[in-house]
Design a binder for this molecule. Structure first.
Ligand SMILES: O=C([O-])CC(=O)C(=O)O
Ligand SMILES: [Mg+2]
Length: 648
């Protein structure tokens, strides 16, 4: 039995946590009268079993008990953009906690400094250093978390190579999680390109070489028959979101096998930083069924299975075991986000598990929702409704057909016309040319609804001339395919051509922001999947938007979680798009923007979450009852705060 060198006989019980989504308190100290001391019999006080039963699974036999308190709550701030106040003490209002609302974990001394969830580095106070056996293990200086942020940003800005910044950020995530999130939340525009696209793409390509500590859960063919056991090896039990990839189509970079792990890790960092979901509730997973990437197979530093990809039954059986184990282990309300699967599996998995699990395909549905939002906002510049526009896509995979379908759904609902009718103004070009009815027999099922009557056309530029689109959308995964001639033709056809180059990372973008503005003589309404800096053209500054699903999935997921939703419905995607488009203000339009700046992303995510949750309640898919009255406030107040807790 472990012994714990402490003399605390009470643990604070925060009654507000018994409420699933209590009203935000006007001041955190209002909570204090509700805190009850809970006294345990002496025999229980030293029992590691008791501690485990209270929700801690980090019992250190040599350690002391570390109790997080809210005795010095931070001043509540009225906004959520720069890290919210920790109203609930444990950032857990999205969590079902009917009986054990404790905040408790176990570590001390050296172990505490190496526990990323509790380490505060130089920010440990003198009192904490005494109480937790840290004296001598740290240099004497005590600094604030704000100063730590300043120092870290200073260090990061000195690195010239983006990959160095990525590695420094991953290192921070693995040593001091709260500091990592504070940095990311407070510097989101600067750091998003580091932990996310484009740098995460390069990180995945070089993952084998830069790999220091494993992050996330690796489930390979070797784990077949044991996936439930593997899930149980993960230290956190209360999982709310899983992002899973099989690495076959990482961004526009292709098959990166097991090294695709950078993507679920990055996406989940955004779930926390942008959407406020607690890091401990997030589980990144990579399914390794091999890779067809010869370069990786021959790379001595490759970290995955050294075999060609399993397909067919072998593949579906492993995926099925995974999906079944997830539901068995975490229940029905865990969000499973599919990420960067190749087309053929992505559509099949979504269709197969859409009726039994809470699944969401970010590349099909998240991308569709963000692009629809951008188009709704762009109407402000071009006028009319979506039904008055003609759309041409380069790329007919997950993103292309997903966006096309959501546009058609929105048009069909708004104009009250059948979906088939709404699809007629939407055209797609794939690697073989315009998708037309004469190709219907030979194309994949997800392309068939877009095979309209027209003579075959091979080249994109000829398709632009023939179809005369008002909106051109690139989802091809191939860089520099919107040539000067293509953009110029769009500009000849339209006073304000809408051009979206969505492929990631930057190297795969169909054209750059500068090309779009220059070739259209400053008339294009442009957005891209990966970020581009503002462009000066003839004395005017153009701010390109980042049409990236990062605007959608964090808030969307939060909406699902806070309402206890059990299935995703397309109407929730439409609700998310509308919520995002509504965030555009006059000041944004003046700069030609069709997406709001990322610096307000937590507010944006809360709005999206509220709208998604409201739709879920309306559709009868939400299980968390009764429905909170003020969903947006509920979303904001349930967001994770990266501020340090005080330990006693
Ligand atoms: O990760 C991103 O930046 C967007 C995305 O889902 C993709 O390109 O596959
Ligand atoms: Mg993706």
């Amino acid at each position: 039995m472990a012994s714990f060198p402490i003399d605390h006989h009470s643990i604070a019980l925060d009654l507000t946590k018994l409420n699933l989504c209590p009203k935000p308190l006007p001041h955190a100290s209002d909570m204090l009268p509700f805190r009850l001391p809970v006294v345990f019999p002496r025999s229980l006080r030293t029992s590691s079993r008791l501690l485990s039963s209270l929700g801690s699974n980090r019992v250190d036999p040599n350690g002391s008990v570390l109790i997080e308190t809210t005795t010095t709550p931070p001043e509540p701030s009225p906004d959520v953009t720069g890290g919210v106040q920790d109203v609930y003490g444990e950032d857990a209002a999205t969590e079902d906690m009917p009986i054990t609302p404790w905040s408790l974990s176990v570590a001390s001394g050296y172990t505490l400094l190496r526990d990323p969830h509790h380490n505060k580095g130089l920010a440990f106070s003198q009192r904490e250093r005494d109480a937790h056996y840290l004296r001598g293990l740290l240099p004497p200086t005590v600094i604030s978390q704000d100063l730590q942020v300043k120092k870290m940003m200073h260090t990061l800005r000195h690195y010239q190579v983006p990959l160095q910044r990525y590695m420094a950020m991953m290192d921070l995530q693995e040593t001091n999680e709260r500091l990592f999130y504070k940095l990311l939340i407070e510097n989101v525009e600067e750091l998003l390109p580091v932990v996310y696209t484009p740098t995460v793409g390069e990180a995945c390509q070089k993952y084998g070489s830069i790999f220091l500590r494993p992050q996330g859960l690796f489930i390979s063919l070797k784990e077949k028959g044991k996936i439930l056991e593997v899930l149980r090896n993960w230290p956190e039990k209360n999982i709310q979101v899983i992002v899973v990839t099989d690495g076959e189509r990482i961004l526009g970079l292709g098959d990166l096998g097991c090294q695709g792990m950078g993507i679920p890790v990055g996406k989940l960092s955004l779930y926390t930083a942008l959407g406020g979901v607690r890091p401990s509730a997030c589980l990144p997973v990579t399914i390794d069924v091999g890779t067809n990437n010869e370069k990786l197979l021959n790379d001595e530093f490759y970290i995955g299975l050294r075999q060609r990809r399993a397909t067919g039954e072998e593949y579906s059986e492993l995926m099925h075991e995974f999906m079944t184990a997830v539901k068995q282990n975490y229940g029905e309300k865990v969000v499973i986000q599919f990420e960067d699967f190749a087309n053929h599996n992505a559509f099949d998995l979504l269709a197969k598990y859409g009726t039994t699990h809470l699944v969401f395909n970010d590349d099909i549905q998240g991308t569709a929702s963000v692009v629809l939002a951008g188009l709704l906002a762009a109407l402000k510049f071009v006028g009319g409704s979506l039904a008055n526009h003609r759309f041409l896509f380069l790329g007919a995979g997950e993103a292309g057909t997903g966006i096309a379908e959501l546009i058609a759904l929105e048009i069909s609902k708004k104009s009250q016309i059948p979906l088939e009718e709404a699809r007629k103004n939407i055209w797609l070009v794939d690697s073989k040319g315009l998708i037309v009815s004469s190709r219907k027999e030979s194309i994949q099922h997800f392309k068939k609804p877009w095979a309209h009557d027209h003579k075959p056309i091979k080249e994109l530029v000829d398709a632009v001339k023939a179809i005369k689109p008002t909106v051109l959308i690139g989802t091809s995964g191939v860089g520099q395919t919107f040539t000067q001639e293509v953009v110029e033709t769009m500009a000849e056809l339209n006073e304000k051509p809408i051009i979206l180059s969505l492929s990631n990372p930057t190297s795969q973008s169909e054209c750059t922001a500068e090309q779009a503005y220059t070739w259209s003589k400053g008339r294009a309404i442009f957005a891209s999947g990966s970020p581009f800096a503002p462009v000066e053209y003839e004395g005017k500054t153009f701010v390109p938007g980042q049409a990236n699903n990062a605007y959608i999935f964090p808030g969307f997921g939060l909406g699902l979680i806070m309402s206890g939703t059990i299935r995703v419905h397309d109407d929730m995607l439409l609700a998310a798009s509308e919520a995002l488009a509504e965030q555009l203000m006059e000041e944004h339009y003046e700069k030609g923007m069709i997406f709001p700046p990322f610096r307000n992303i937590r507010k944006i995510s809360a709005r999206i979450a509220a709208r998604v949750a409201a739709k879920a309640y309306e559709l009868g898919l939400a299980t968390r009852l009764p429905q909170p009255k003020e969903l947006e406030k509920c979303a904001e107040s349930s967001m994770y705060s990266p501020s340090y807790h005080s330990y006693r």
